[in-house]
Design a binder for this molecule. Structure first.
Ligand code: SRM
Ligand code: SF4
Length: 557
């Protein structure tokens, strides 16, 4: 436990925040600046928002002696990543009226809007509320959006898992009503009794916490990167319980060896949903009580596990649960990618997975994706689901409606695009990075599409164009696009420069290793050319690029 005299400044902000209210009301009504007060910048995260600025325009603003162009990113809480068509149409309108207009699907199955000016923050939240949507706890030192295997056609058990994601999300919501006071009702009603929070108390968690649930054989949620990972164990088409793992997390800091990416370690198996919920709850309370509260770089659950040891952590959780974990059960992941195009489920309903490059939904010349999706939403005949690979599934479509949806997809070039893009592009993920992310050292989603176009002919040269190689890029080592567990990971070090990592496996069960440091586009392409050449000649039959590179790395050690 952290020495009380050595707490990080964020700890003081949380405990002194009066249920996450701070001076947000005053900050919002200050018309002299687009920013909010410093302490409130921490608190606003717990309400699902980040203060940002347009980094492309910093120089221009400074030259004009203007403050940076501040705006807000708002992230929705959508456990399991689901919206009705009505909610999608509502979201489309909110994005048009209050943000840059781009609807961004995140790597945690939810939606973000960027570029919301301070005066638009409240109207945005109020409009979300009208759509029965909220952004509570989408960021901050609390449990974040709970993810679960996304494609319902994959398993008849999907609904059960989707509902569990919702239950975990509810169980882990902060008890403070400040979100409603501040953003919806405009009236501060502080009732400390009803706001008493046994889970978070008034100090919340030492750091963010993430939970994901996978339904084998699909690991599309990249379950082991979560602080808490649940793997449904299925026997005779029934869920008989869950393997539970803890301590995943991908963030690290360049030059700080005490920080590292880590996959979650298995704690064991529980045989009921009730026990799974209890175990999740107590894993969180142990992190709350034992996590590092002085150094935020070392405060994620993964470091607490490595400090206590996995046995020590398990023992403490079991003590608090009042039951012991059983040994983890066998499970097997067979894929991590999304099922693009049409698939039908056990009830005869249809699902269409749209490839959305890095989750960015907008209209561009020749490709009116956003307009097409609005038209589809307006039929009222589909639901919208999001994947952790930043894609969209048009879901729950009845046989008799499939033709109509198919027509709109064709008309807007959506199915054509999804069909024609290369395997590499379909398996690419990039984080937001510039121009909004304040932590970005290099480009992410704006550059990976360009780089993929240059890698495609290199793959073709070796006949590898149909290989499902995962490539992921992040603008810094925080790992938002999950670059540390891709077969090819590119991690920004400076503008135009990346560390190149290889050797991660295709299923998300093994992290990759740094192969080249701080290289630019030319060297990235040269290195990949060389590696693809060796791979095409030296691979075992069916050997993935990730497994080959892992083997290759052992030989050159
Ligand atoms: Fe992330 C911080 C974007 C998924 C690890 N992440 C950020 C911030 C908020 C930057 C900041 O703190 O100022 C980025 C905002 C950029 C912007 O302009 O929108 C940001 N993270 C994202 C998203 C939008 C990337 C995307 O393109 O989809 C993802 C939103 C997920 C969501 O809906 O909740 C996103 N972030 C992740 C993931 C992947 C995942 O969870 O599956 C990770 C790695 C897993 C993990 O948590 O370890 C991740 N984000 C981080 C970290 C490193 C945390 C650490 O413990 O080391 C930071 C920095 C921090 O917290 O200090 C960060
Ligand atoms: Fe920003 Fe880094 Fe996350 Fe990319 S990985 S969104 S650059 S914090």
């Amino acid at each position: 436990m952290t020495d009380k005299n050595n707490l990080s400044p964020v700890e003081r902000i949380k405990t002194g925040s009066n249920g996450l209210r701070g001076t947000l009301k005053e900050s919002l009504s200050d018309d002299f600046t687009g920013a909010i007060r410093e302490d409130d910048q921490t608190l606003i995260k717990f309400h699902g928002m980040y203060q940002q600025d347009d980094r492309d325009r910093r120089e221009e603003r400074v030259a004009k002696k203007l403050e940076w162009l501040y705006s807000y990113m708002i992230r929705l809480r959508l456990p399991g990543g689901f919206l009705t068509s009505g909610q999608w149409a509502g979201l489309h309108e909110i994005a048009e009226n209050h943000s840059t207009g781009v609807i961004k699907i995140t790597t945690r199955q939810t939606i973000q809007l960027h570029g919301i000016l301070k005066s638009h923050v409240k109207p945005t939240i109020q409009n979300f509320n009208l759509q029965h949507l909220d952004s509570i706890a989408a960021c901050g030192d609390v449990n974040r959006n709970v993810t679960c295997t996304s494609n319902p056609s994959e398993s008849p058990l999907h609904q059960q898992i989707y509902e569990l994601a919702g239950k975990i999300s509810e169980m882990c919501l902060p008890k403070t009503k400040s979100y409603y006071d501040l953003w919806i009702d405009d009236e501060l009603v502080i009732d400390r009794k009803t706001e008493e929070d046994p889970l978070y108390q008034d100090r919340y968690l030492p750091r963010k916490l993430k939970i994901g649930i996978a339904i084998p054989p699909n690991n599309d949620v990249d379950v082991f990167i979560n602080d808490i990972a649940l793997i449904a164990i299925i026997e005779n088409n029934q869920i008989v319980g869950y393997n539970i793992a803890a301590g995943g997390g991908l963030g690290a800091t360049h030059g700080n060896d005490a920080t590292y990416a880590r996959l979650a370690s298995l704690l064991g198996f529980v045989d009921t949903e009730e026990k799974a919920l209890k175990a999740v709850y107590e894993i969180i309370t142990v992190q709350r009580d034992f996590g590092n509260r002085s150094d935020r770089k070392l405060s994620r659950l993964k470091y607490t596990i490595d400090k206590l040891g996995i046995e020590g952590y398990r023992t403490e959780v079991e003590k608090r649960c009042g039951f012991a974990f059983e040994p983890a059960r066998e499970f097997k992941f067979e894929q991590r990618k999304d099922r693009y195009g049409w698939v039908q489920n056990h009830e005869g309903k249809w699902f269409y997975t749209v490839f959305v490059e890095h989750g960015r939904i907008l209209d561009i010349e020749g490709y009116p994706l956003k307009s097409g999706l609005l038209k589809i939403a307006e039929t009222g005949k589909v639901n919208f689901r999001f994947t952790c690979n930043q894609n969209l599934i048009l879901s729950d479509i009845h046989e008799q409606d499939k033709g109509e949806i198919e027509e709109i997809l064709k008309e807007h070039g959506i199915s054509g695009y999804t069909d024609e893009v290369s395997a590499l592009r379909k398996n690419s993920v990039a984080c937001v990075a510039l121009n909004t992310c304040s932590l970005a050292l290099a480009e992410g989603q704006r550059y990976l599409p360009v780089l993929v176009t240059k890698i495609e002919p290199v793959l073709k040269k070796y006949g590898l164009q149909n290989e499902d190689i995962t490539i992921r890029m992040t603008g810094c080592p925080n790992g938002c696009g999950r670059s540390p567990n891709a077969e090819i990971g590119l991690v920004g070090t400076a503008y135009g420069k990346y560390n190149l990592h290889i050797g991660g496996d295709r299923l998300g069960m093994r992290l990759n290793t740094k192969f080249k440091e701080n290289i630019g586009e030319e060297e990235i392409l040269e290195t990949l050319d060389e590696l693809f050449g060796i791979y095409s000649e030296g691979r075992y039959s069916e050997e993935t690029f990730g497994d080959f590179s892992y083997r290759y790395l052992q030989t050159i050690k």
